[in-house]
Design a protein around this ligand. Structure first.
Ligand SMILES: [Fe+2]
Length: 139
């Protein structure tokens, strides 16, 4: 798996984690949390789409079901309580933000980083940083 594919898989896992948190925050008392997680998974979904299209269009990757992210990629602590808390989602977001930075570095070192891919990874990292501080508010 290339670094960009690996990042895509983790981002898919994070999007799914946000959606699970959205579903697991029912009722009037958790409505703000419910809405926040909806915003986060909608933003992550759009980023997933852009990264996947770039993998195929630029790197000529043939995406197969193996690319589908698993929650285990971003949230693997088997002893953690279920459902994940906002703090767990924040921790996973930090991990995927760090992976965006590592992906940029690896692609630059391999001379695979185009200006467009750099911009895409930077904008995705910016959305992830925004998610981090929004999650700090409710964690
Ligand atoms: Fe919903």
């Amino acid at each position: 798996m290339t670094p960009l594919e690996h990042f895509l898989a983790a981002l898919i896992g994070l999007r799914d984690l946000y959606q699970l948190c959205h579903w697991n925050a029912p009722g009037a008392s958790r409505y703000q949390e419910h809405l926040l997680f909806m915003r986060l998974y909608e933003t992550a979904s759009a980023d997933v789409d852009r990264v996947a299209e770039r993998c195929v269009g630029l790197l000529r990757t043939r995406l197969t079901p193996r690319i589908l992210g698993s929650l285990r990629d971003v949230w693997s602590r088997s002893t953690a309580a279920w459902p994940p808390s906002a703090g767990d989602a924040r921790e996973a977001t930090v991990a995927v933000t760090n992976l965006a930075r590592d992906t940029l570095r690896q692609m630059r070192e391999a001379s695979k980083l185009t200006p467009g891919v750099e911009d895409l990874l930077q904008s995705t990292a910016s959305h992830l940083e925004e998610a981090q501080y929004l999650l700090t508010e409710i964690a």
